[in-house]
Design a protein around this ligand. Sequence first.
Ligand SMILES: Cc1ncc(C[n+]2csc(CCOP(=O)(O)OP(=O)(O)O)c2C)c(N)n1
Length: 625
Amino acid sequence: MCVPNKKLNYMTKILDKINKPEDVKSLSVEEMYALSSEIRTLMIDTISKTGGHLAPNLGVVEMTVALLACFDLSEDKLLWDVGHQTYVYKILTERKDRIGTIRQYKGLSGFQKRCESKYDLFGAGHAGTALSAGLGVAVERDLSGRKEEVVAIVGDAALCNGISLEALNSIATTTKKFIIVLNDNEMSICENVGSFSRYLGALLASSKYNKVKSRAEDAAKSMKMGRFRKIYYKVEESVKNFFLGSSFFEELGIRYIGPVDGHDISALIEAFESAKKWDRPIVIHVATEKGRGFKPAEVAPENWHGASPGFDIVTGEYAKKSSGISYSQAFGNALCELARENDDVVAITAAMASGTGLMDFSKEFPKRFFDVGICEGHGAVFAAGLASQGKIPVFAVYSTFAQRLIDCVYHDICLQKLKVIFCLDRAGVVGDDGPTHHGVFDIPMFKTVPGLTIMQPANEFELKQMLRLATEISGSSVLRYPRGVIGDVEIADDAVEYGKAQVIKKGSKQQIWAIGDMVELAVDLAEKLNEKGIEAGVVNARFIKPLDTELLTKQIADADRIITLENGALTGGFGESIEVEVGKHNSTMSVSKYGWPDEFIEHGPIDKLKEIHGLTVDSILKDIL
Ligand SMILES: Cc1ncc(C[n+]2csc(CCOP(=O)(O)OP(=O)(O)O)c2C)c(N)n1
């Protein structure tokens, strides 16, 4: 499972001396480069065993070292947006000995996590929070009359998120001291999109500007720090404004410095030190290379944003490939099929084209494919606009990130009786990414929206049928399906009928109602009950809303107990809907509900989490008996 770092056979000479973040400060710049190289090797080796966010972390090694060289974590506050690029930070903030446990059960989290370390000031797994949270932290400092630095480190893609932009609107009018480090690798998970990204790209790439800048920098190097350097930056600002138009940040009252080479430690230290001297908010635009130091990731960083365990640390090749088709792939194929038949079908993603299986669609139908960036709310209302004009928008989004768009579903889509199809990938517990990414709250969230249909397929056949059905019915729909490969439970390919469940096995006194991936468990459970002489029926519910109340009413009259199985939160979940229905019949029948408890589920392998939370056949059987 986890890799004890002590057994690694490469040198960690300098890293061995870093026991506290402030130890970085005593290193020479040469030693900092050597440290960076040691950290890169350690990360590649570790992630090849644990899996994790390789490319983003390889890009921020020198930047993180330089941050710790300049800021004092006993006072200064660092907040990281998203948090998936903090492996280097974890290594340097008293967690190097546990880095081999990252994303493992009971090991380090793959994200910032407040309860893991005093250095993790703010938990993050969803993009776009560092600026707002950092501003809150800065305002508390201001109110208390202290002077420490507050530094928010934000990726170029996360910066376009609505919350980040709302924060940018507030920063300069709320505090005078706030440092934003913009980690610009010109990539989201895939290529970054949108006008903001183009603007940042222009800042990075303007050759005219860079030529003038390097001349100005040469001149500035001969100046001492302090007043003269301030003059240099004033000149630099004018030059930049001349060539690039006035800076977006400057117009918002935020001083702009950059671009700074994110792999030049001296330049980074110089920029961070100068940022401390300003008495107004400042952004330091740092140009980093995603995947730096690992050839396969340098060549194709989009393939290495998140790496699975088991790759070769030189070639990047995997020994074995997973077999079977994933839900994401099956969805992507089904959508392409539909789009070939119906020109009105369009697809939307919020920066998750590959994760949600939309890459083929984007290539086959480039004009009907929209990546809105990490902007789930905008994506939903944009879909509403398209739907209002007769298009059929299919928005593929991870269940966890759909938490960001729920108001839009109430106010902009369902209230207006528009038809938008949400395909919620990674619905259910996702495993190693943990509580920031588990998709267990979508049923409770969406269930209360009037008029919304919620379905979950148990196999590829049903997924296709449900997607088609969603385009045919009036009103909006949600299709949810879990992470990973589709199971091979054998069920008949009965056509999906609106609001109708499928009886897989007849029973009388015990009835098991399951949704989606839990149908397989239901079938196994029924078999085990049978072995114990208890005859149990199995129902593939297919619809979470509307429930098949006709079938349910019949069963309520005949059965002693209904057992519900769902890969979602129990509170407000599918089982609760069944329970409410049973209650309407003044029945004394008991409903035994199995799903995820009312808590944030930790990270770890999915099977392990199911075992701990009693979601295996044996533990449910024991419970029932
Ligand atoms: C609200 C939200 N939507 C989607 C994601 C999925 N996601 C994780 S990292 C990432 C790209 C982040 O890009 P950037 O901010 O530039 O950081 P980088 O990974 O390039 O370092 C995305 C889309 C997320 N974490 N949060």
